[in-house]
Design a protein around this ligand. Structure first.
Ligand code: IPT
Length: 991
């Protein structure tokens, strides 16, 4: 039984005691003191420990120190428990509103000074910006109150308990509480006081709250001011010096809207802010306002009258060492990085971030969907029976959450939509939240994805709908059924603007098909883009017992219930490294698009409202990737939504090399988020003359052979290659396996007719069943001619009758070594294949292969449904940098459309490979790695990869696409690799 004083952990009421009404998080000149820093700390395993620690004279000398803000599970090297990761699952019995007696409870104490002159203050307020999950506060032994709502601000009136000089504050924090049922977001459970604590003096005659609602219309700005202050606080003065505004309101009744001329609007592209102060004799509040009007007209979402396309990211607050503790410098760099990757919008999944983040969003420029701290996803398992969203006992808790959300952040121009929460089913409490927002803020629409039928929200939102379904949502006149909607409800949803609050699940290697989603946005104006799931991996930096650092995911802390690496699904790795998918995203959503037409290029500006006056257009011509000419293009300023046709520069065309023109749109001057010259958009034009592929030489004099011979630089024993240019080489062997990506391991039930997949079974599972990871070979024949060797092998797996015949012909053609491999699958293969390739193993000798230079697509990895960031050029890389350190090792490093490859050792070429296109013009790709696909597939984390003594080169005739089936659609049929006959033809030379 919980003791009397801990019964409140099961209370759904959000607030008790001297909690104050929610208000804006303001920059005020009223005195305040940060209580961040070291606090005394004790952790107990249950909520039922005596509350004697709150007494003023309590002796805490036996306690530890802990920093505030922090999460206790990320401190003390495990002494205070460990983080738990779950996605949908509750890590405690589903027994609402109760939580187990095993309820880690942290007691915090510290002393603080109240300056003598604070005695003039009318009130003293103690503010907590974030405490997970339920906490109770005492000052000088007086019980003040308690609160829940982990990512929301709570202020307590402590006036009657504080005194000038030394004071002591005690805080008890419970990891689990009734609130945990409505905070079931897909993230780590991280208890503690994890945001700032501040003690604030509230002056008599001060401004309790202020809201500047701004609008913009044709060069005119409006400011509608709401001041919350005592009558005695007046007069109130609003100053906007830059526009010469100084408005004094003698009484509350005088406060009236202002019209301001000569205003530049705020947008995510040109985030124009104006400094404003709102003052009384006793207090001055500083705000930065942006003028913009948000509006829904029919099925269009408009800001300042123009349609917005969200190129957004779902942003969690997560850091490998700090967890959800905010670090402004890191957050600013994170947002600047988003800008550099053409991201223009943020959904604050799934709770309000640290309040300063919105200041940064206003300043750097993002369209923000600000989401309330609410998710009850674990009730899905019960068919949503008992879901708090539809239970009147929780109504006040829901309303409290949305009030605290909207009130805190209402002044930010960047916030253009309020979101009620995420994955909380549906019900009247959500409808009540929406009604409250509509009454409070008529200037911003309400979003909630779970309102499938559109009963109480203003925009239609979905997550992970396929390309086909999304297209159906956007198509006028389409009657295709919508998820959980009757035809009539579907018709209603089609009258609203649509956005994808989550799509393109970026777990591991992937997603594919970003370009297909993007294309829809430009074809169907109802579709307003969306938000990638998600911006960053949530890995937690930890070490193995032998001290090797790694980024932990679910299960790494011995959790009883967890969801593995589903928390590693960001476009940024845990250590801030952008994955290739982020580069792909940048290329796909680039706001300037180029269409080549004869000797001209049309340059279209797809931005919301900014013209191209901030850009320069640079061109270069390369022959087989080597620069031959470059310059700047004369491009007139193109207004948003317009395009201009510009003549191409003169392009010198090579006869014996490929000729490519590249145009980059780059920043003409430094911005707050990038250097001058930063590339915004790129396009390439192939101006190569067509050159015939040399015919395959016909050999006629084949005769049986023992297969031990030399052909130029190649030496063979018993039909097998053993050396190339004097270097030991094994292979080539057929490689059909790739270390399954997280998407390959996806086993969704939803499979469209056109998909490659089997419902409920992952492709990776099918590959393992077919034995693609454990192929064996039987040599059928070895023959030779005067200057050629031919082997035929049958490749198949244990307990399988399926096979592949591989015919390899090595020949000397004009002194050059040529290899041609014909790969012919037997009948009966039913699944897609991950790849069709041949693998060479290059054991370390005196000069280990440790790098590559190539002409083909690069610089980063690319796959058939993720090719847009890749450009044709000449690149080089160390073998290490060819692979991406996905949190769970998996397929990585494939470079597509290869023409020439040089394997290098310490920068010197050791083997040169030239590829030929097959009869359909397809070129192979390559992967160079220190590990085989089979080794990579065995490792759960990078540190589990075995030590390597060999470099492995795989030349792939083809690879399967990526898709996003870990949480979303499978590989599009066009990019799915079906078993088929393929030819690989290479010329190989020494360094
Ligand atoms: C969706 C969640 O909203 C998001 O928080 C995250 O968990 C994501 O999935 C997967 O990583 S919900 C899912 C059932 C589609």
């Amino acid at each position: 039984m919980p003791s009397q004083h801990s019964a409140y952990v099961s209370d759904t009421a959000p607030e008790r005691g001297a909690l104050r009404a929610a208000r804006s998080w303001l920059h005020s000149d009223a005195p305040s003191r940060s209580l961040n820093g070291l606090w005394r700390f004790r952790l107990s395993p249950t909520a039922s420990v005596a509350e004697d620690f709150a007494a003023e004279g309590f002796d805490d000398t036996g306690w530890d120190d802990i920093p505030v803000p922090s999460h206790w599970v990320l401190r003390g090297d495990g002494a205070y428990g460990r983080p738990i990761y779950t996605n949908v699952q509750f890590p405690f019995p589903i027994d609402p509103p109760h939580v187990p007696d095993e309820n880690p409870t942290g007691d915090y104490r510290r002393h603080f000074e109240v300056p003598a002159d604070w005695s003039e203050a009318e009130r003293v307020v103690l503010r907590f910006d974030g405490v997970e999950s339920l906490f109770k506060v005492w000052v000088n032994g007086d019980e003040i109150g308690s609160a829940s709502g982990s990512r929301l601000a709570h202020e307590f009136d402590v006036t009657s308990s504080v005194r000038p000089g030394d004071n002591v504050v005690s805080v008890r924090v419970h990891q689990w509480s009734a609130a945990s049922y409505v905070e079931d977001q897909d993230q780590w459970w991280l208890p503690g006081i994890f945001r700032d604590v501040t003690v604030i003096a509230r002056p008599a005659g001060g401004i309790e709250d202020v809201w500047l609602r701004t609008g913009f219309d044709n060069g005119r700005g409006q400011v509608e001011t709401e001041v919350t202050a005592d009558a005695a606080a007046f007069p109130v003065t609003l100053r906007l010096p830059e526009l010469g505004v100084e408005q004094v309101w003698a009484t509350a009744a005088d406060v009236a809207p202002l019209d301001v001329d000569g205003v530049e609007p705020w947008s995510a592209e040109r985030p124009r802010l104006y400094d404003v102060t709102v003052s009384t004799a006793a207090e001055s509040i500083a705000l930065r306002v942006g003028f913009r009007t948000v509006e829904i007209r029919g099925d269009r979402f408009l800001v300042n009258g123009r349609r917005v396309v969200f190129h957004g990211m779902n942003r969690h607050e997560t850091h490998p060492e700090r967890g959800r503790v905010f670090d402004e410098e890191h957050a600013r760099e994170d947002l600047a990085r988003m800008k550099r990757f053409n991201v223009n919008a943020i959904r604050t999944s799934h709770y309000p971030p640290h309040p300063r983040l919105l200041d940064l969003a206003d300043e750097l420029g993002f369209w923000v969907v600000l989401e309330c701290d609410l998710e009850t996803h674990g009730f899905d398992k019960l068919g949503w029976v008992g879901n708090p969203s539809d239970d009147p006992a929780w109504r006040e808790a829901y309303l409290d959450r949305i009030r605290r959300t909207v009130e805190r952040d209402k002044n930010h121009p960047s916030i253009v939509i309020w979101s009620l929460g995420n994955e909380a089913g549906t019900g009247t409490n959500l409808a009540a939240m929406s009604a409250w927002v509509h009454a409070r803020d008529a200037g911003r629409p309400v979003h909630y994805e779970g309102d499938h039928a559109g009963e109480y929200t203003d925009v239609y939102s979905r997550m992970y709908s396929s390309v086909l379904e999304t297209e159906q949502i956007g198509t006028d006149g389409s009657r295709a059924p919508l998820l959980n909607c009757t035809p009539a409800q579907g018709a209603r949803q089609r009258t609203k603007p649509f956005l994808l609050c989550e799509y393109a699940h970026a777990m591991g290697n992937g997603p594919g098909a970003l370009d297909q989603y993007e294309a829809l946005v430009h074809e169907h104006p109802r579709l307003h883009g969306g938000f990638i799931w998600e911006w960053r991996d949530h890995g937690i930096l930890t070490t193995t017992p032998d001290g090797t650092p790694f980024y932990a995911y679910g299960g790494d802390f011995g959790e009883v219930v967890h969801d593995g690496n589903f928390v590693m699904d960001g476009m940024l790795l845990s250590d801030d490294v952008p994955t290739p998918s982020l580069h792909e995203y940048k290329a796909v959503v680039q706001p300037v698009r180029f269409t080549f037409d004869g000797d001209e290029v049309a340059i279209a500006n797809l931005r919301h409202s900014a013209d191209t006056s901030d850009l320069r257009f640079h061109w270069r011509v390369e022959h087989d990737g080597t620069l031959v000419d470059s310059g700047d293009m004369e491009v007139p300023v193109v207004a948003a939504g317009e395009s201009a046709r510009v003549p191409l520069p003169r392009i010198p065309v090579a006869q014996d090399a490929e000729t490519w023109l590249t145009i980059d749109a780059v920043l003409a001057a430094e911005t707050a988020w990038a250097r001058d010259g930063h590339v915004i958009a790129t396009a390439q034009l192939d101006r190569s003359t067509r050159r015939p592929v040399p015919a395959v030489r016909r050999e006629t004099d084949w005769r049986p052979s023992d297969g031990t011979l030399a052909l130029g630089i190649a030496e063979f024993v018993d039909g097998s290659l053993v050396r190339l240019a004097g270097r030991a080489v094994a292979g080539p062997r057929l490689e059909l396996f790739r270390a399954p990506t997280d998407n390959d391991e996806g086993a969704t039930q939803e499979v469209e007719e056109s998909d490659a997949s089997v419902a409920g079974v992952s492709n990776a599972e099918l590959w393992r069943r077919d034995g693609l990871d454990r192929l064996t070979t039987r040599l059928l024949s070895v023959e030779r001619s005067a200057d050629a060797l031919r082997t035929i092998s049958k490749v198949s797996a244990a307990n399988s009758a399926l096979s592949v015949i591989v015919e390899s012909v090595w020949s000397l053609v004009g002194g050059e070594l040529e290899l041609r491999v014909e790969i012919e699958p037997s009948r009966g293969w039913l699944t897609v294949w991950p790849r069709i390739g041949i693998r060479f193993d290059l054991p370390d000798g005196a000069a280990p292969v440790d790098g590559a230079e190539w002409f083909g697509l690069g610089p980063l990895e690319s796959y058939p449904d993720s090719l847009r960031a890749a450009r044709t050029g000449r690149f080089s890389s160390t073998i290490r940098d060819l692979s991406v350190d996905y949190a769970r090792p998996q397929e990585t490093g494939h470079r597509s459309h290869l023409r020439q490859l040089t394997l290098t050792s310490a920068g010197a070429g050791v083997l040169r490979i030239v590829t030929f296109p097959d009869t359909r013009g397809r070129r192979p790709g390559f992967t160079l790695s220190r590990h085989t696909p089979q080794q990579i597939a065995q490792a759960g984390h990078p540190f589990e990869l075995p030590d390597s003594t060999t470099s492995h080169l795989i030349v792939d005739a083809a690879q399967h696409g990526l898709g996003s089936r870990a949480c979303g659609p499978d590989v599009w049929p066009e990019f799915a690799l079906r078993p088929e006959a393929r030819t690989i033809r290479l010329r190989i030379a020494g360094g």
